[in-house]
Design a protein around this ligand. Structure first.
Ligand code: KG4
Ligand code: ZN
Length: 334
């Protein structure tokens, strides 16, 4: 059997990334150009700026990814690209580049869902056992996804307002940290000796949905009260209280979803999977409950093209190719 080499592209938000993946799991190259420094001045990602930055670096990234992989471009089996969800202008840059290459080289094109990419980042390090439950936590998504078998996705629950990463970034901003503030809140929470008492959003009994906006408002109120009273040094307790509230609900609902569906494995993924508090709490709980947990290494948690290549490989195996009509979809369902 011939080896499969997939060149994957990811430009859905603020990272330009290109990777070459061999046979679905072997990472021959994975280049990531982050635009964070550029967007930081604006306190968040500016879509128009993101698109332009992608345009500036995409060609070089693709060339370099293939060069580092050490194979001639003709040897590629397919070109994969994130088709959505994400910023439409940003997605478009990756899609146009991927289409052009696929056309010029005469290779099949594979459109990949960004969340499928985050989920299959786990395949880069571990086999996925079905049925499998994924807890997707990123700057744009908070979802519990059931995969009965390879290639099937059922969203059991999702956020009704803010995504977890988004809430982290807003809380971080209120505590005075630069964008993206998730890692700062994580660190501060770890150092705290006490926790501010903050609400938990369980929603209706049995619901797998999430809600972060009430908690976010509670944090902003608490910060304002501390400020009004002229107090300082309150930040660690707020970070800790916020993180405890988020983690308790995420862990509880994920475990319940695994049990209710008879899932053989829990996959944690997305940028917030880098959160130390969440990784620890979920690991301890899964250990106690005898649930097999998979968490990708940090580099594959935040946006990258290797995960897109891993997801594309499954489509390549089953011959699910896209046409050159492939469009950028800002909101695309799994
Ligand atoms: O998956 P990702 O790179 O981009 C999206 O697809 O959204 O996730 C980025 C998000 C940001 O909101 C960032 O603050 C958050 O992940 N994040 C964290 C941590 N590291 C990254 N949130 C909490 N704790 C962390 N350690
Ligand atoms: Zn992402």
């Amino acid at each position: 059997e011939q080896d499969c080499y997939i060149l994957a592209v990811e430009t859905s938000c603020d990272e330009t990334s290109a990777a070459v993946i061999k046979n679905g799991t072997e990472i021959l190259s994975n280049l990531i150009a982050s635009q964070i420094e550029t967007h930081r001045a604006f306190g968040g990602v500016v879509p128009e700026v993101a698109s332009r930055k992608h345009v500036e670096s995409i060609t070089l990234m693709l060339e370099e990814a293939v060069r580092q992989a050490g194979i001639p471009p003709e040897r590629l089996s397919a070109i994969a690209v994130t088709e959505g969800p994400g910023l439409v202008g940003a997605l478009l840059v990756g899609i146009m580049a991927a289409k052009s290459l696929a056309f010029a080289l005469g290779k099949p094109l594979i459109g990949v869902h960004h969340i499928a990419g985050h989920i299959f980042a786990n395949r880069l390090v571990q086999e996925v056992l079905y049925p499998s439950m994924a807890l997707v936590v990123s700057g744009g998504h908070t979802e519990l996804v059931l995969m009965e078998r390879e290639g099937s996705f059922e969203v059991l629950g999702q956020t009704r307002d803010d995504a977890v990463g988004e809430a982290y970034d807003k809380v971080a901003r209120s505590l005075g940290f630069p964008y993206p503030g998730g890692p700062f809140v994580d660190k501060l929470a770890g150092e705290a000796t006490e926790a501010e008492n903050l609400p938990r959003a369980w929603l209706e009994p049995g619901s797998y949905d999430f809600s972060l906006s009430g908690l976010k408002s509670a944090v902003l109120n608490a910060v304002n009260q501390h400020k009004m009273r002229g107090e300082d040094g309150y930040q660690p307790a707020i970070a800790r209280g916020f993180q405890e509230s988020v983690i308790e609900v995420l862990v509880e609902k994920a475990i319940r979803a695994v049990r209710a569906t008879g899932s053989r494995q829990l996959l944690l993924c997305g940028g917030v999977a880098a959160n130390r508090g969440l990784r620890t709490a979920l690991s301890e709980r899964c250990e106690k409950e005898n649930i097999l947990l998979s968490i990708p290494p940090l580099t594959y948690c935040t946006d990258n093209a290797a995960m897109i290549g891993a997801a594309a490989y499954l489509k390549w195996k089953s011959g699910e190719f896209s046409t050159l009509e492939l469009k950028a979809e800002a909101s695309l369902s799994l």
